[in-house]
Design a protein around this ligand. Structure first.
Ligand code: DON
Length: 555
């Protein structure tokens, strides 16, 4: 009798606390994804009780099928995680193969051989995505691994309906390969993916099945590894069995700093993005201190942020590289006293001389992003890439996946710009097993240890501008998610000299004022921000409207 009483008491207490914890801890969940397939699958995983990391893993594999421009198993990426009030960072960036060396893309005169680091089998780093997802699952996953890979297998096997935007990107790529005389097998595999057709990828489905069955070993060993390394050997690539077998994603501490009372969690080196974003936001506040507030996208706003950009990119070229190979002075680059000195000579009335902007310390298109918040308030901000649109243009025959061309993110020769116009030197020189410098900047902002905002974007070096402007749009200008991702953006990165790229939508008067200051302006859209904002109990999510993104808020 007493036992029975005690049991019912325990059960009652359990029901009350679990209801209370539901009320206290369960909120809306949301996903902001670069396409509808990844949005629907990840929302379903959340609805089934999966956490943000489960949803991220499922989305990553779906994107390898439905967003071949950037989604991948043949590339890498970065994931910022905030789970149960703890911050974590997963670096699943590619590494240079063991046979890589500093001058591998130079001819005998020491000149860069055009396109060798950008297209073809030799441009690929050792892929990190599968080990990354595997490790994320081991540490944080709550649903079975297989159940997270299966949606991607089904879509690869049964096909998906090709979006107009995908057909356009495929056509553009095939045309440019033809025009430049680049011999890769991209057209053979993707020319038939035209708008509205059902596109199936049987070999990719088989690769994904091996990953579902055997985890990381399904990619880095066994049949997939054999197909991959045989293909490399036949087509002039240097990734071998040891490269695959040795590859490990790395857990790092996220780069963390405070800005306007928010805890900003973002990407540490080997990304340049986190440092750049924090420098940009902090220098903006230092410059604006005691001055009247500026209107969004006014000439002075764009000018101040461009001046800051010059200094950010001068530091990036000199000090940033893989922290496992090069001592990156992270702390000094973010010190208030340093940033104060850095902005001291910026004037609202004139452009500073590009040639005079040096690294400041006294000592010496295509990627994709998604943002997720689950009903427990855990968040994932994940940016993943095969570098340029459709990577190296090479599909591993028989395994069905596109190979990255991430080697171009190294500084292939000191001072020579990569495909995004970024230069570098020793810090980012090629070495076997080293990670190439990135601009990917998945970012989470916390207020009072609760997630306030999850953001990120593709776009090479313009990622950094897209991300810091998405943050300013929300925090400084109080925009909704929809407004913040679609507001016209601009980018300046030191070189080319005094050049600003901007979206349509900057007023004629502001453009005229910037030209008068001496800037050259050109129109280009870049990036694709996927953003979630937490406003009390409500989530506000948006995917940039220009491409084929989709956001879902689960009530
Ligand atoms: O890691 C990086 O910075 C580049 N590989 C990212 C490439 C990219 O964002 C292309 N997107 N449009």
């Amino acid at each position: 009798m007493i036992k029975k009483f005690l049991l019912s008491f325990v059960l009652l207490a359990y029901t009350l606390t679990s209801t209370a914890s539901n009320l206290n801890n369960e909120q809306q969940a949301a996903v902001a994804m670069p396409d509808s397939y990844s949005a629907d699958v990840s929302a379903k995983i959340l609805a089934q009780g999966g956490n943000a990391i489960d949803a991220a893993i499922a989305a990553q594999f779906v994107l390898a099928v439905t967003l071949p421009e950037a989604g991948n198993v043949g590339g890498g990426g970065f994931m910022v995680i905030y789970k149960d009030n703890k911050a974590d960072f997963l670096d699943y960036r590619e590494v240079a193969p063991l046979k890589a060396h500093r001058d591998m893309y130079l001819d005998k005169n020491g000149d860069v051989i055009p396109n060798l680091s950008l297209y073809g089998a030799l441009s690929a780093g050792v892929p990190g995505t599968v080990d990354g997802m595997w490790q994320a699952h081991q540490k944080y996953g709550s649903l079975p691994w297989k159940s997270l890979v299966t949606p991607a297998i089904e879509i690869a096997k049964n096909g998906f309906i090709v979006h107009k935007n995908l057909e356009e990107n495929i056509t553009r790529r095939i045309n440019s390969f033809e025009k430049e005389g680049i011999k890769v097998n991209f057209a053979k595999h993707f020319a038939s993916a035209t708008e509205g057709t059902n596109f199936k990828q049987a070999n990719l489905a088989n690769t994904l099945q091996r990953i579902a069955d055997h985890g990381r070993a399904g990619f880095y060993r066994g049949e997939t590894a054999k197909i991959f390394t045989d293909f490399m050997a036949k087509h002039g690539g240097i990734i071998g069995y040891d490269d695959l077998n040795n590859y490990r994603a790395t857990w790092r501490k996220p780069l963390e700093n405070t800005w306007r009372g928010y805890r900003v969690l973002t990407a540490p080196p080997p990304s340049s993005g986190g440092i750049a974003i924090l420098q940009w936001l902090k220098m903006y506040d230092l410059l604006s201190n005691n001055k009247p507030a500026l209107a969004h996208n006014s000439a002075t706003y764009i000018h101040r942020l461009s001046e800051i950009g010059k200094r950010v990119f001068a530091d990036r070229a000199e000090y940033l590289g893989d922290p496992d190979f090069f001592d990156v002075p992270v702390k000094q680059l973010l010190e208030n006293s340093y940033l104060k000195e850095r902005v001291a000579d910026i004037s609202d009335d004139s452009i500073s001389n590009t040639g005079a902007i040096k690294p400041g310390l006294k000592e010496s298109p295509d990627t994709t992003h998604f943002s997720i918040i689950d009903k427990w308030g855990n968040a994932v901000s994940n940016t993943t890439t095969i570098n340029y649109t459709f990577g190296s243009g090479v599909i591993v025959e028989g395994a069905g996946f596109i190979l990255n061309d991430e080697m171009d993110d190294f500084s292939v020769k000191a001072g020579v710009a990569n495909v995004y116009g970024a230069v570098g030197g020793d810090a980012n020189a090629i070495q076997a097993n080293k990670r190439m410098l990135s601009s990917m900047s998945p970012t989470i902002l916390l207020k009072d240890d609760k997630v306030k905002l999850v953001t990120g974007s593709p776009g090479g070096t313009t990622i950094i501008s897209s991300v810091y402007q998405s943050i300013l749009n929300v925090i400084e200008f109080d925009m909704s998610a929809e407004q913040a991702v679609n507001a016209p953006r601009f980018h300046h990165q030191l070189l080319p000299k005094d050049a600003i790229e901007h979206y349509p939508g900057i007023t004629k008067a502001n453009i005229a004022a910037l030209k008068k200051l001496g800037y050259t302006l050109s129109r280009r859209k870049f990036g694709s921000v996927q953003l979630i904002i937490v406003d009390g109990d409500n989530l506000d999510a948006a995917a940039e409207s220009d491409r084929r993104g989709k956001s879902i808020v689960l009530k």
